[in-house]
Design a protein. Structure first.
Length: 175
């Protein structure tokens, strides 16, 4: 887990590098050991008040796609600089209303050991066509747990950040 100072430095660096007007306010910066995700909020489309839900959804989709295409070269340039500086891959995404779309994401292999009963769960998901492989089935399970435990995971992440701050404020034992 990164310390607060490193997170602030990362947010500040992106605030200085991102062109003004790309997003409504500062983007959300999410990071882990391998990846930095930059997720900005886009202004919603200007539509007539009586626009249908289908029209609104299509306008949001079109606006997200336009942003992706118009900013591609600049996003790649910024990502390359950040990857060199912070030694992590950069992913991009946008949010309009309650819809978030990630343009790029990093897929990282994770080694795990599973008992037969756990492997059977994955194999059942594959046999049922829910997933193409055990790897896809495991990712599906992780997403499912994440979707149903967002509050608990957020509390856990906050607690870990508190542990990092307390650890950083403690005595230096490296000597």
């Amino acid at each position: 887990m990164e310390n607060d100072e490193a997170r602030e430095q990362l947010r500040g660096w992106f605030a200085g590098r991102l062109p003004e007007g790309w997003f409504e306010g500062p983007p959300e910066i999410v990071l882990d050991r391998e990846e930095i995700s930059v997720i900005g909020v886009l202004r919603g489309p200007a539509l007539a008040e009586d626009a249908s839900e289908a029209e609104r959804a299509a306008a949001v989709e079109g606006g997200m796609q336009r942003f992706r295409e118009e900013t591609r070269e600049r996003r790649i340039e910024i990502a390359l600089e950040a990857e060199h500086r912070f030694r992590r891959k950069v992913s991009w995404g946008v949010t309009v209303g309650d819809r978030t779309v990630m343009f790029t994401t990093l897929s990282v292999p994770v080694m795990t050991r599973l008992r037969q009963t756990e492997r059977r769960v994955l194999d059942t998901l594959v046999a049922a066509g829910v997933a193409r492989s055990r790897s896809d089935a495991l990712a599906w399970c992780v997403r499912l747990v994440g979707n149903h435990t967002d509050t608990w995971l957020a509390d856990l992440r906050d607690a870990l950040q508190h542990v990092d701050r307390v650890r950083a404020a403690g005595p230096d034992v490296s000597s």
